[in-house]
Each structure stands twice: as structure tokens, then as C-alpha cells.
Design a protein around this ligand. Structure first.
Ligand SMILES: NC(=O)NCCC(=O)O
Ligand SMILES: [Zn+2]
Ligand SMILES: [Zn+2]
Length: 533
């Protein structure tokens, strides 16, 4: 009898053990397949996270200082930054001599898996983030765009889309209409869901555009919640006029896109948004600043003491509109984005403003469409989906146009690619710094390596690249995301689901003193009323 019981026990044990084995085998096999289908041959699977990592002898650059030091990491967190840290047996050591060791980039402006203009952007939360990591960006803040203006539904959907993430990310939320529900949803998102910024579109008439009245309500609500209001600043009514004008003139190709929405319309909307935010007394963040006209409005407001942040994007800093005039539609359509890439001169003015601190941080507006998707606008530029690539290229292009040219120091580079973003979105110094206690999001840049950008070798899913053929000097050879080496020797080591959602808390430093300005203003009104009696 005892023999039978023992036999049955053994059989049950073997049954359970083999089920576990097959369960884990299939889970592993499935995730492995997933990864390699995205990044082709430059991807390997290795979930090994070194518990202890030591980066030795590099030039450690923060926004406020630069020094030769070692960086010691344990369990994904930076434990110490000092000279001559001893390496024990179980520590994995990276020799960083001759390398710049900098905080991983934080991209404040991306559009992954976003339905827009009848298409869906080609990079999802895995392929876009894999590309970002290969280019030295370790966190991004994506725009959750609700399809019918329902913020909570839209937010939920974007959190689901991001379940395949392989690096840290947060969200801004787009507000495309105004009613009581929108107002209540904003409150829920800020108080319970880690959202601290809302984007209002002053362009895209008939789809995303809000009226001045709606913008005003949105600004008031943002202020009440300690959330940052962001604007896409172009006069959408005038753009619609400009588009009709171009079609009537027979200009239907991609060049019509630039002609139909000239810088004056960006300047006007920037000025209007700034003045409305000034009236409400709430901080304002102008996304994708592309022109001198918009820049001048931002500078004027900042000089008068208003809290306005200006975000140029890498395409606007690096390019001019010449290729928008290429006779080959497929080439020209690659450069269609809004506001448009401007004629030469605007980019240089934006670079100068960035190096002198008049603009604060650099985004990408990565909104990637394949050539087949862009082809929807052959014969009518209004139907070309707006957007360009950049999530993988931002860090390298900026190093080349700003640091290699002497316009910016490595410290300034760290400020505009990482630290300022972490501060504005209230996650500094957990992100944006190489200091004890911060997340170990770190890049190693070799200033002497050269390489050439090509759509054949990049990691994004897009089949073109607006920087095709650019040869650059200075290469991010290693990317570390929360202590894990995710990019090394030209290979990605990433798995879907390993990325974390980073909640962004309200009331960043931009709100300090806002209440004092309010009470002084009210006191001055009372005083002047008193005087006039
Ligand atoms: N910028 C652009 O052309 N596409 C993305 C949507 C937006 O940011 O306005
Ligand atoms: Zn926009
Ligand atoms: Zn955008």
C-alpha cells in the first residue's frame, strides 16, 4: 500500500515539475521571438542584470560639473561617484577611460503607435524604445492622444500600448476638446495616474484644434492642478486658409506644406498662448519651436519674467527646408512635419538660443511614417501624414552640431538632453543626473568614433531616415538602463515588458512663487481701485 502511495506522490511531483518546465520554456521562446523580429540581426537576448557594475575612469559629466571619476552601481541605482573605487571579484567593470560618461537622454516629445492623419505611426513602444536606447536615450515622455477626446479611455489605451516597453517612459496627455468630463478627467490623471502635463493643439483645424476659449479653460485647470500646459503653436484657421491658397495656385507637392503655414502663423500663436498663460499666471511649455518668430516671443516673455519653456526639436535645429523642394516626392515627403522645417537661418537662430539658455531642452517629435504611409499625400500635400524620425538620432546629431562645433560644452549638452527635462517634469534627480541615489541610466560616448546614419542600419521600423548619409563624429557605444547594459558593441539587449512607467508628479519648480505673484497682483488691483475712488 505504502509503495502505491509513494508511486502516486512521485507521479504528481513529476507532473507538476514538467508543467512548470514547459510553461517557462514557452514563455521564454515567445519573448525571444518577439525581440528578434523587431530589431533584425542587431539584437540578442540576455536578461542578465549585473547586480554590481563599476564604470571606471571616464569623464563623468553632469549639468553642473565635469570630473574624472568612477561610477559604482548596485541593483540599478547609482551608489557612489568618486575616484578610485575598488573593484571586487563579483563586480562587472567597464573601462571608460577616454569616454564621456553622461546621464541617459530623456526625450520630452515622442509619438509612438499614434493614430494620426489616417495612419498609425510605425514605431510602437518596443521598436521606438529599442531605437532610442541604441541612440543613447533611456527615457521618453510620449503624447497620449485620445481618439475621441476621452482622456481616461485614451490614457488607459496608451498604458496598454506601452506594456511592451523596454525602457522607462512617462506620458503627457493631449486635450482636444473641452467639457466638464475633460476637466474632471484631468484631475483624476494628475492626482492618481502620474500625469503632470497637458498639450493643447492650436492647429489641425477640424480634428485636434482647440479654440481660445477652450485653451483658456485648459490653462486655468492646469494651474489649479499644478500641471504644465503645453501648446502646439500655429494659427490653425490661417493654416487652413494657406492650404486652400496653395491648392488654388496649383502647388500640391510637399513644398506646399511649408508655404501654407509660414513662420508668422507660428509666431502669432506662440504670442497668443504666452499672453493667455500670462493672463492666467500659469507656466507654459511651447513644444517644437521651429522659427525665429516663435523664438522671439518666447525670449520676450522670459525677459519679462514669465515662466515660459521653449522646446526646439532636433530636426528644426539641424535641418533647413531645402529637401522639402526635392523633385522626388518620396524624398521631399520625408521632411513634412508641423510646424514645418524652416528656411536656412531659423535653425542657426534656434541653435544660438539653445546654447545661451534662451531655449531650455531638446525633443525629437519622433512621429515616424513609412514611405508608403507618406504616399497617401501624393498629389495633395494636405494628406501627407505629418512627422519625422529622430528618437534614435537626437543625441548624436546634437553632439555634432553643438558640441563638436564648440557652441555648447558637454555640461550644456547634458542639461538640454536630460537634466532640464527631468527638472521640468519633476523627476530630478532620480533622472537626469549621475549622482548617488539616482537611477543608473548612463551613456558612454566615445568622442573619436565616426559612423554614418542609414535607414539600412538604424533600429527604428521606419524605412527612410531624414539624416540619411550624415557622417557623425562621437558615438554612444554603451547605453545602461537602470543598471542593465542594453546597448554595447553595436548590439541591443532588450526585452519587451522590461520598461517601467514613471509617474510624473505635479507642482514642479515652475510653480514656485506663482501664488505669491497672484496675491501681489490682486493686492495691486485693490490698491488701484482704492486710488481711483
Ligand atoms: N509634429 C508633427 O508633424 N507630427 C506630430 C504631431 C504634433 O506634434 O503636432
Ligand atoms: Zn504638435
Ligand atoms: Zn509632436
Amino acid at each position: 500500500m505504502e509503495g502505491i502511495v509513494s508511486f502516486i506522490r512521485k507521479a504528481i511531483f513529476i507532473g507538476i515539475a514538467s508543467s512548470f518546465f514547459f510553461f517557462f520554456f514557452f514563455c521564454f521562446a515567445e519573448s525571444n521571438d518577439h525581440i528578434c523580429s523587431v530589431t533584425k540581426d542587431s539584437c540578442s537576448l540576455n536578461d542578465y542584470v549585473p547586480a554590481k557594475l563599476l564604470i571606471k575612469g571616464g569623464i563623468v559629466v553632469n549639468a553642473d560639473r565635469q570630473e574624472i571619476a568612477d561610477v559604482y552601481i548596485e541593483d540599478g541605482i547609482i551608489k557612489s561617484v568618486e575616484r578610485n573605487i575598488k573593484a571586487f571579484d563579483e563586480i562587472q567593470v567597464i573601462d571608460a577611460s577616454g569616454y564621456y560618461v553622461m546621464p541617459g537622454g530623456i526625450d520630452p516629445h515622442t509619438h509612438l503607435a499614434m493614430p494620426f492623419m489616417g495612419q498609425v505611426t510605425i514605431d510602437d513602444f518596443f521598436s521606438g524604445q529599442a531605437a532610442a536606447l541604441a541612440g543613447g536615450t533611456t527615457m521618453h515622455i510620449d503624447f497620449a492622444l485620445p481618439s475621441d477626446g476621452d482622456l481616461l479611455e485614451g490614457y488607459k489605451l496608451y498604458r496598454e500600448k506601452a506594456s511592451i516597453a523596454c525602457m522607462d517612459y512617462g506620458f503627457h496627455m493631449a486635450v482636444t476638446k473641452w467639457n466638464d468630463k475633460v476637466s474632471k478627467d484631468m484631475e483624476v490623471l494628475v492626482k492618481h495616474e502620474g500625469i503632470n502635463s497637458f498639450k493643447f493643439f492650436m492647429a489641425y483645424k477640424g480634428s485636434l484644434m482647440v479654440t481660445d476659449e477652450e485653451l483658456l479653460q485648459g490653462l486655468k485647470k492646469c494651474k489649479k492642478l499644478g500641471a504644465l500646459a503645453q501648446v502646439h503653436a500655429e494659427n490653425g484657421d490661417a493654416v487652413a486658409e494657406g492650404q486652400i491658397q496653395m491648392i488654388e495656385l496649383g502647388i500640391t507637392g510637399p513644398e506646399g506644406h511649408g508655404f501654407s503655414r509660414p513662420p508668422i502663423l507660428e509666431g502669432e500663436a506662440t504670442s497668443r498662448a504666452i499672453r493667455l498663460a500670462g493672463f492666467v499666471n500659469t507656466p507654459l511649455y511651447v513644444v517644437h519651436v521651429m522659427s525665429i518668430e516663435a523664438l522671439e516671443e518666447i525670449i520676450r516673455a522670459r525677459q519679462s519674467g514669465q515662466r515660459v519653456i521653449g522646446e526646439p526639436v532636433i530636426s528644426g535645429l539641424a535641418l533647413d527646408d531645402s529637401l522639402l523642394f526635392d523633385p522626388d516626392f518620396d524624398v521631399a515627403a520625408k521632411y513634412v512635419m508641423s510646424p514645418p522645417i524652416r528656411p536656412a537661418g531659423h535653425n542657426i537662430a534656434l541653435q544660438n538660443a539653445l546654447s545661451s539658455g534662451l531655449l531650455q531642452l531638446v525633443g525629437t517629435d519622433h512621429c515616424a511614417f513609412n514611405s508608403t504611409q507618406k504616399a497617401a499625400g501624393k498629389g495633395d500635400f494636405r494628406k501627407i501624414p505629418n512627422g519625422v524620425n529622430g528618437i534614435e538620432e537626437r543625441m548624436h546629431i546634437l553632439w555634432n552640431i553643438m558640441v563638436n562645433t564648440g557652441k555648447m560644452t558637454p555640461m550644456g549638452y547634458v542639461r538640454v538632453t536630460s537634466t532640464a527635462c527631468a527638472q521640468i517634469f519633476n523627476i530630478y534627480p532620480r533622472k537626469g543626473a549621475i549622482i548617488a541615489g539616482a537611477d543608473a541610466d548612463i551613456i558612454l560616448l566615445n568622442p573619436n568614433t565616426t559612423f554614418t546614419i542609414s535607414s539600412k542600419t538604424h533600429h527604428s521600423r521606419i524605412d527612410t531616415n531624414i539624416y540619411e548619409g550624415w557622417t557623425l563624429r562621437g558615438k554612444i557605444e554603451t547605453t545602461i538602463s537602470r543598471g542593465r547594459i542594453v546597448w554595447e558593441n553595436g548590439k541591443l539587449n532588450v526585452s519587451p515588458g522590461s520598461g517601467r512607467f514613471i509617474p510624473l508628479p505635479p507642482y514642479s519648480y515652475l510653480f514656485n512663487g506663482i501664488d505669491k505673484i497672484d496675491s501681489d497682483y490682486l493686492a495691486s488691483i485693490r490698491a488701484s481701485k482704492q486710488q481711483k475712488k
